[in-house]
Design a protein around this ligand. Sequence first.
Ligand code: ADA
Length: 554
Amino acid sequence: MRVVELLDGVWDFAFLGDVDPESVEPTSIRWDDRMAVPGCFDATPRYAGKRGLVAYRTSVVFRESAPHRVIFGAVHHWCRAFLDGVPIREHAGGFTEFSADIPTPKPGRANLVVLVDNRFDFARSPLHLDYFDWRHFGGISRSVTLHRLGPVFIESVRVVTRSLAPPSVELTIEYRSSLDRAPFGVAVDGRTLHTELVALTPSSGHFSRIVELPDAALWLPDHPHLHEIHVTLGSDDQRERIGVRDVRIDGRKILINGTPHRLLGVNRHEAHPEFGHSVPPAVQIADIQLLREMGCNFVRGSHYPQDPRFLDLCDEAGILVWNESIGWQHGPEHLQNPRFLDAQERHIEEMVAMSANHPSIVMWGILNESASHVPACRPAYARLLRKLRELDPTRLVTFASNHPGDDVCFDLADVVSANVYPGWYDGELEQVPQKLDELIARLEASGHGSKPLVVSEIGAEALFGFRDWEHGRFSEEYQAKLLDTVIGHLFATSDRACGLAIWQFCDCRTTDLLRVALSRPRGFNNKGLVDEYRRPKLAFDIVRSRFEELRSRA
Ligand code: ADA
C-alpha cells in the first residue's frame, strides 16, 4: 500500500518582500519566522495585508532512493519548490492541487523550500488579478503530502455512475508502471467485488472496468448515501468515496436520479479573516451547519474551486454544488489572450482532476461575469466549456452572466445562469418583482426560455449590527426585505427558475484597489447572510423560513 506522509505543521518562514524570485538563492535565505502549513501568511497579524515574495521551509526524510511525489493541495498564487536547492516544480494559480516528482532522492534528510508569491503579475500568474471583488490571500493554504511511489502507481481513479438499477459504476484507472502486469482489485465498503491480473502498457496507461455494486444505496440530497471504493494495483492503492447518482436535464428542470430538484442556496467564498483561504475544518463544519439550518440544498463555490474537504462535507450533507473555475469579470483583453486561455484550461484540468469524484458536484461553472455578451469572446467560452465537457461529460456546464439580456453564449451552456441585482445596483426594492419578470421575459424572447434557469447571484449589502428604522440601504432590515421579496416572487408567483444562489453566504474581505474599496464599507463585501465570523444577520431567519416553506411544498 502507498506510504504517505503528511507534511503539515509549523514550517520555517521568511518574508522577502518586493524581490524578484529569480534573484533568490533558496539555500541562503535567512529564516527568521515560523508559519503554519496549511495557512495564509497574510491573514496573520504580523503580515496582515502584505504582498510580496515569501519562503517556506521544512525538512523531509527519504528512507530509500525510490521515486517520491510531493502533492500540494493549493498554493496562492505563484510558487517554485526546491529540494536541497534544486528546483522541482513551478506552479501558477491557487485553489487547485499539483505535484512535484522526485525520481531518485538521496536517502536521508532533505530541505523542501517553497518560494510563494502573492503579488499580482499577469505575466507569471494570469488567473489572479487585483480588481477581483475578493481578497487574494497568499500562502500554502492546503495540505502538503509526500508519497512514496512503487514500480506501479495509480495516477488517478475516476468513478462514474453507469446505471442506477442495478447500481453500477465505471472505474477508470490511470497509472504509471515499470511492470507489464499487476494484480488489480476493487473493494467496496470493505467487500472485494473484483480481482484480476491486468496487463499494463509500458511506462503509463489507463484502463476502465464496470463494477456492479449490488448493495449500494443511491445518493440523493435527502439521502446522501456514500460508499468507499478501495482500488489496489500492484503494491499501490487509492481510496475514493463516491455516491451513485446521475444528473440530467429535462426541459427547464434539473433531475437528480430522474427526480426534479429545485436548487435553493447561496454563493460561498472560501475565506475567513483569521485564516484567509485556508479555512479550517471547524469553520467548514460551521458553514455546513449554517447552510443546513437555513434549509439550503445548494451552494455555488464562488468564484474558484472549493476545498476538497468542504466538498466532502457537502457530499455527506447532501448539498448540491456548482463548482467553478477561477474568474471575475474578464473582458476581451483576457478572453482573446492565448496565455490567459491556456492558463484557464490548465486550471480547469486541475479542478476536474481533484474533485470529479464528489457526488455533490452537479455542475461546473467558468468565468464569472465575463464578457459573454461580446461576440468576439464567444470562442473563449466555447473552448473552455468544450474542455469541461471533454473532461467530464457526466455533469452540467454553466457560467454566471451579468448580461442576461444580450448574452451571446447561453446556447453553449446546459443551464442559463443570471447574476442580477434588482433593488441594489438596479432600481429600488419596490421594483424587484417587475425586474425579475423582465429578466424572465427577456430570456424567453431571446430564445433561452427552454433551458433551466438559475439566478446565480442576487442580494443586498447589510452591515452586521446596523439596524435602522428607515430600513435603508446597508441596514439589516433592507437586506432581509429584499431577499424576502426575491424568494417570494421567484418561486411563489413564478416557477420559471429552478435554482437560486443568494449573493452571498458570508461577508468577505475584498480587494484594496481604491476604485472598488470605496464602494465596499470596511473593505468587505457585506452582502453575507452571516458576517465574516458567521454571526447571523436578520436576513438569515427570513431566508430560513422562506426556504423551509418552499421545501415543505415541494
Ligand atoms: C458580482 C460578482 C460578485 C460580487 C457581486 C457584488 O455580481 O459576481 O463576485 O462582486 O457582484 O457584490 O457586487
